[in-house]
Design a protein around this ligand. Sequence first.
Ligand code: NAP
Length: 389
Amino acid sequence: MQEIVIPAIPGDGIGPEIMAATKKAVEAAVQRAYEGSRGIRWSDLLAGEAAFKAVGEWLPQSTQDAIRSSGVALKGPLTTPVGGGIRSLNVALRQALDLYSSVRPVRYFEGVPSPVKHPQKLDVVIFRENTEDVYKGIEWRKGSEEAKELIELLKSRFSVDIRPDSGLGVKPMSEFASKRLIRAAVNYAIKKKRRSVTLVHKGNIMKFTEGAFRDWGYELAKDEFPDLVVREANIPASGGGLPAGKVLMNDRIADNMFQQILTRPEEYSVLATPNLNGDYLADACAAQVGGLGLAPGANIGDGIAVFEAVHGTAPKYAGKDVANPCSLMLSAAMMLDHLGLEKAAVLLVGGIERSLADGIRTQDLARLENDSESVGTRRFTDEVVVRLG
Ligand code: NAP
């Protein structure tokens, strides 16, 4: 039997329960897909509160090293330490491993209550730059020495007036980081035969950061994918459309994108965004198809990928067998696909699809429809396993 070792971080709060559920569903899908010729062995790693209690560190070096050496991990939600030295464990992990693309596929599952009329029209994958932009954390508090000095410098050197009672933040966006993110989005679109890559930006206002993101995207398409990517502007209006086998590249200003994703969702496929736009857009898209409980995610770098539930630890539900495990299960399906176990990934997604379509729901989804009957985490998992295909 070919066995794949997968590092798993169960996480805090509801993490251990949804991780146990996900492991069970993954093992069943792999068994069903490969009839014993392939198998999974989990290697549990410490991070978050569990790590702090066990070894006095929130993100042990041994955990980072294990993920680095295996190139993959499945991760449950982690508590953000309050008042600790680390701003966010998730951000720290992304930075330590240089996981520069946040990848969030968003699609509808039949049977899930949604706030829009045709949620099935949305099927997008959002590639969000993970390392730069205003999230880089370069900020100075109002009145600090640094803020005063910078305000003075901007005035004396560049004749820029800033109110003295301002806090300051810096928004760096580099050609290198923007291009590697857009390259990942284009490669994904080509591999998965998706129709288009849309560059989402606010370049009409922030010309040398967001506007440059768009320009670097088109430049990358021209330099690196000249035979595969076609710019929207180069498709003649007089018919013809996109030639077969090609990927369309276009761009949309962020505010327009939020509107279009609601009014013409079927026109969009892969979205490549800077950090802040992508953060907002991914959750807005998830809300359109029924909320974060069903949204999977991955943070991917070069040769290394961490797949994770996008929600948090939901501490009030910890240990109660009520949490929805779908987000982590769907992230695990992305992981199986990434590992070349596509058949198991398809079975796992199919099991979740059929369970939801049959009206089997955890309480977070059931209550959206007048508290229709709900099942617990373990029972939901069993129903998924039965429906794997
Ligand atoms: P949260 O844990 O996502 O929970 C907010 C609410 O979302 C819950 O009270 C619950 O809603 C619902 N919810 C989330 N996941 C659910 C699931 N799987 N099943 C059912 N309901 C679910 O957000 P938070 O309360 O802001 O954060 C709690 C902790 O998690 C914090 O320490 C935060 O830093 C951390 N966090 C970690 C990650 C991560 O590791 N990726 C992400 C976000 C937050 P109702 O109360 O309406 O039932």
